[in-house]
Design a protein. Sequence first.
Length: 501
Amino acid sequence: MLKALFNNRAFQLASLLAFALVLNREGTWVPGGNEQIYLLYLYKAAHHSFLSSDWTFQEPTAGHLIFNVAFGWTTLILPLNIVDWIGRLTCWVLTFIVLLRLGRRFGIAPWMVWAGILLWLVQRQSFVSNEWIIGTFEAKCVAYVCLLWAIEFILDGRIILPAILTGLAFTFHSAVGLWGGVAVGLAFTMQYPIKTTLKFAAWAAVFALPGLITSLQLVFGGQAISPAEAKFLVTIDVPFHLDPFVFGKGKIAVLFLMLLFNWLHFRSDRQNATLKFIVRFQILAGAFFLLGILFRLTNRFSLVELFPFRVFAVLTMLMFFWQLAAAYQHRREHPLKPAATALGILIFFCLPSPIARLQGLAADQLPKWRWQPDDFRVAAAWVRDNTPPETIVIAPPWQKDAFYFTKRPLIADWHAPRYDAMTQWRQRIESLVGDVSQMNAQDNLAGEMDQRAQDFYQHLSVADISTLSAKYGGDLLITTSDYPYPVKFKSGPYTVYKIVR
């Protein structure tokens, strides 16, 4: 009876959704993680007057333009948090359905497919590059839905629909679409005649065109990121996504050992067209990952900032779990060599303990169901509810939720860089927290600025505040420090001051 339950598709989908809801690594409540920034770009696409005087939100292609246009209109008829929940649940359902379908193609029992996905979720979906698919509602989640369904339809023998989806993956999110889409396209080329390949490429190119047009604005011309700005982006701003030097050599090695096992497993059943395509896809994505490491070693930061580590990092471990299960289930008709079997067992035990991972997720996420607004959010909400929309606020730039809860213009936010004006953005940040060129990597990996930067902000002098206000504007100040300005509101250690010039 228990086996029948675990093999039931409705149970599998419901349990995976429950896991994503309760133990979502990117945050239980809306907004969580990047939603605190990206949702506002989506909202602004349909409400052009929103934050119209804010410097950060003047970037023309910020927050993934096509995604914003495609879904922003929904905020005209629904509250933003409801749009977010609908987006999350839709992406989760579509992703889990396609994963359950893809897993069955490995010739393993349905419960093994489900268990592989569950174990992948417990392992936080990836252990390098901080990549994930199941989390918040943002452009890359839609792009991964397109990419995974493209693979599924290719394995069904279809041509046009997967080509359209591959193009759309790039249009919604250029990094996922670039590396994942090219890997899909090249794997397709290896398996189909040239005429069919050209047909696939043509359809993919048409539907990738909107994303290409918007992406080129950040690659060429006046909005392009300079080499120095790219280095700052890779090594200081988002090293957890972009700098393989902080991923950990051992973790990278385990990832490629997984790829080696997956290839060895395919070699035991070379006539399996499904395994052939999926392994080729993984090898190509892995090649792009290695290319990213080469770019980093040679200091080609303008190429590293194209995010070559995303797709391989998040999908290879899931494929490993399924191929390990397939190797066990088909051990008689397609036996692995003893060395390959030993490799698979070794890799599995090299992974972090799933029990410890589950405990970590539970300790991190379950208390959030009893979450109450913290003192900063209370202060930010007061600003939102009691000031005109054009009020410029000086707020701690490490607070990712500052824009979302104040809904007022800020000097700058560490989590919302202007990719078309990185130097000016950095100048604004450093006016608030000092030099960030030596940012503590571990604090940054945790999503915060280091203590030195926070101390700098807390010790801004009255003269510093006056200079900031004169240069960038500033009507209110949110801080935990004492100033001789009129107090407008207090929430715990945070005070909202009226800046008097």
